[in-house]
Design a protein around this ligand. Structure first.
Ligand code: FEO
Ligand code: CA
Ligand code: CA
Ligand code: CA
Length: 741
């Protein structure tokens, strides 16, 4: 869920965490080290930077060879911006709903009535479908990399449409908005979060559907036992009443972006998990204001924090008590309460979609943050594997994990998928990105061997497990670059370049006046005002898509170059300061979030989770044919400041898209974000998620369908009742062709 500027705080703040007050370098201090990219690369400046660039690949040296878009043409008419309560796709395409909130995952569970009386959500599709991956099945129900008509979808169920505690569409009368909340309501809400695995098939008619009686169907909820894996496994900070040795936890939460491993498992990122926990107002004192308090504050939980749904109020049973993250017991190690429960969340979780009896593993080596997607760098036999990740909150960071193990092609189809995950994802180096004003950047390792971490004054790190749990603090210590909310990342199969959506940032200011506001810098260069009706939206309301090119060492490179592939903007915004990518009305977008390269076509799917341009259009999906880092030009933005010299920011803008290289492909129903994107290997079926249609409906109106913001997908003929439901759709081309071409 994004942050619509005009919604009351109670509706937004659990997704809008804002805790990075670390004194990292400001743009002004970076500016002092600035050299122009051309001067550095020309070799005319004797500096450390010049020497470092020796390891760069060709494109950093200005070669534009092969810089044109490589994918096939976009042979469809762009979809216009719209505010209708439908899923709109281009002429010649069809979009069909196949799997919505509440759909039963076995034949013993009743059909979904969609009137607030349904139960047994542990056997149903969860809510708020988000990231999603495809896992093919052959006719003998074995994993297949080539099957095009049968597979499993691993689907994140991020959250639920709520107001004032209650997931109101799930309860007949809208539910209880005061504490304590009834256990029966909480029990439903505990089950609609997490992940589902569901089998889908294409029928003889060519139409797709999910398979209600598939033996593969399963759910991972907030209560599913999971293993903690990697450097933090068994760490004292993971000891709870449930796991006395700190090796296990229950459940996964606020699952947002996904990834698919080269060995055929699902990675799911835990994003805004902290918002579900309660802390006593006196908890800092109860903890003796020790370093756990520093950690809790850095992860968005100040003492006295209320929880998103009040789950801790359901009663004395463990399933409710665990959501109170306060120190309540007398033990010194946390074995008699849930003071450490939050430390079991915030990871990339690996799930084997083909084996529901295999325990999911939280891969702590990839760090603890507001995880989004996890994208693998290009694989090279005999070289380490790289995983790229973003931490989605205002002013947070971009990360890279590099495995200790070297890639072996035999691991692409292993007998034991989870053991293969352990091989590549439990041991390695974790880096955070620092972007320089000259178009270069560095990956800085988060390790005890770095004196900036070992000697960090704000938090006394003890070991690698401590870094894995308190990754944000370690990144603060290194002066990483604070970004405009990193969401998904994706790796271009054509050249290995890494794309990151930076969705927006309401905290950018030319002259920061609070500890969480930040001046623009090269990679996050825009500060402007965008009007939404009469509301004035400040900072960077529309976001951008950044891209990185690793140095010659590829996955293990510690230096990279970057530019901005696209700046989001409305088409009529000023081209000199806001619409820097010259977007037209057929291409303009705001708040990019989901980002996926098609392995079949090389096309880039861009999805939005917007609250800024929604006075003009519902959220959307576009498709692009990107070039490469450096295919555009340097631009200089000049910001006047009262009583100070102008703030001058150089940035690097990718080649402006044309009508042939970027088009709007889909516009969603009212109140929904567009997210999740996977395909059959032939690229002829594209699966997309429509999340939270009708989320701006008032809780008080839950029994009056005429007042719903959206009635999708029932208004498109899918399912009973008229309450809006998050759902998976499949897009096919009427002529049976490849999507987007
Ligand atoms: Fe769940 Fe950052 O979007
Ligand atoms: Ca978002
Ligand atoms: Ca506007
Ligand atoms: Ca997202």
């Amino acid at each position: 869920m994004n942050k619509p500027a005009d919604l009351p705080i109670a509706r937004i703040d659990f997704n809008d965490e804002d805790s990075n007050t670390s004194p990292n370098p400001t743009f002004d201090s970076i500016l002092q080290t600035r050299l122009s990219r051309r001067r550095m690369l020309g070799g005319g400046v004797a500096s450390a930077a010049t020497v470092m660039l020796g390891s760069f690949g060709l494109s950093a040296c200005g070669s534009d060879a092969g810089s044109g878009p490589s994918a096939t043409p976009l042979a469809f008419s762009p979809v216009p911006k719209a505010l209708a309560d439908v899923v709109a796709v281009p002429s010649g395409y069809k979009a069909s709903t196949i799997y919505a909130l509440g759909d039963p995952l076995d034949v013993a569970t009743a059909a979904y009535k969609n009137d607030g009386t349904d139960t047994a959500y542990e056997n149903r599709a969860g809510d708020h479908h988000d990231g999603m991956e495809w896992f093919g099945l052959d006719a003998s129900s074995r994993p297949s990399a080539t099957a095009n008509d049968r597979g499993l979808l691993g689907v994140n169920h991020e959250a639920t449409t709520d107001a004032a505690l209650s997931s109101f569409f799930l309860h007949a009368n809208g539910g209880t908005s005061t504490l304590p909340r009834p256990a029966a309501e909480i029990d439903k809400e505990l089950m609609i979060h997490g992940v589902s695995v569901v089998e889908v098939r294409r029928g003889a008619s060519g139409d797709w559907g999910y398979v209600v009686d598939s033996a593969f169907n399963t759910r991972y909820t907030t209560l599913t036992p999971m293993e903690l894996s990697g450097p933090a496994r068994g760490h004292p900070q993971l000891v709870t009443k449930y796991s006395l040795d700190g090796t296990r936890t229950r459940g996964t939460l606020n699952n947002c972006g996904t990834g698919k491993t080269p060995w055929g498992t699902l990675l799911t990122g835990e994003e805004n998990w902290f918002g579900y926990f309660f802390r006593n107002a006196t908890d800092d004192t109860a903890r003796g204001s020790d370093k756990s308090v520093t950690s809790l504050r850095r992860y968005g939980r100040n003492a006295g924090a209320t929880s998103r749904h009040g789950w801790e109020s359901g009663g004395a049973a463990d399933r409710y008590a665990r959501w109170n993250n306060s120190k309540l017991g007398a033990s010194t190690d946390g074995s008699d309460d849930y003071r450490n429960e939050m430390n079991g969340f915030g990871y990339v979780v690996e799930i084997d979609p083909y084996s529901k009896s295999t325990a999911a593993r939280k891969r702590t080596a990839l760090g603890r943050m507001a995880h989004e997607s996890a994208a693998f760098g290009k694989l090279e036999a005999g070289k380490p594997v790289a995983v790229y990740m973003g931490c989605d909150a205002r002013n947070e960071y971009i990360y890279k994990f590099v495995s200790t193990a070297n890639w072996s092609a035999a691991d692409a189809s292993p007998l034991d998928r989870m053991a293969t995950g352990t091989k590549y994802l439990d041991s390695g180096k974790l880096y955070v990105a620092k972007f320089n004003a000259d178009g270069t950047g560095q990956w800085i390792e988060l390790a005890m061997s770095n004196p900036q971490i070992a000697g960090y004054s704000a938090y006394a790190f003890t070991d690698a497990g401590d870094i894995a749990i308190n990754t944000r603090l370690a990144a603060d210590a290194l002066g990483a670059t604070k970004m405009d909310r990193p969401e998904w990342c994706a790796v271009n199969p054509a050249n290995g370049e890494i794309y990151f959506t930076l969705t927006n940032n309401s905290n950018r200011r030319v002259s920061p006046s609070t500890s969480t506001q930040l001046a623009p810098d090269s990679a996050n260069p825009r500060v402007y005002t965008d009007m939404k009706g009469t509301a004035s939206q400040q900072g960077n309301p529309n976001g951008q898509i950044l891209r990185l090119k690793e140095g010659a060492a590829g996955n293990t490179a510690t230096l990279f170059t970057w530019d901005v592939y696209l700046f989001g903007a409305q088409a009529d915004a000023p081209a000199a300061t806001v619409n820097l990518s010259n977007l037209t009305g057929d291409q303009d977008f705001s708040s990019p979030d989901g980002l996926v390269f098609s392995q079949a076509t090389g096309l880039l799917w861009i999805q939005t989770d917007d609250g800024a341009y929604t006075d003009v259009t519902n959220c959307m999906m576009l498709v692009g044919r990107p070039g490469m880092v450096g295919d555009g030009a340097k631009r200089t933005l000049t910001y006047p400041r009262t009583g100070l010299a102008d703030l001058v920011v150089d940035t690097y803008v990718g080649k402006a898209p044309t009508a042939e290289t970027l088009k709007r492909f889909l516009v969603g129903p009212k109140g929904a974000e567009i997210t999740g994107c996977c395909e059959t290997p032939d690229g002829k079926a594209l699966f997309i998620n429509i999340q939270h249609p009708g989320e701006n409906t008032l809780q008080a109106d839950v029994t009056d369908p005429s007042k719903y913001e959206s009635r999708w997908p029932s208004n498109a003929g899918y399912g009973a009742g008229s309450r809006p439901r998050s759902a998976t759709i499949v897009i096919t081309k009427n002529d049976g062709g490849t999507i987007g071409t």
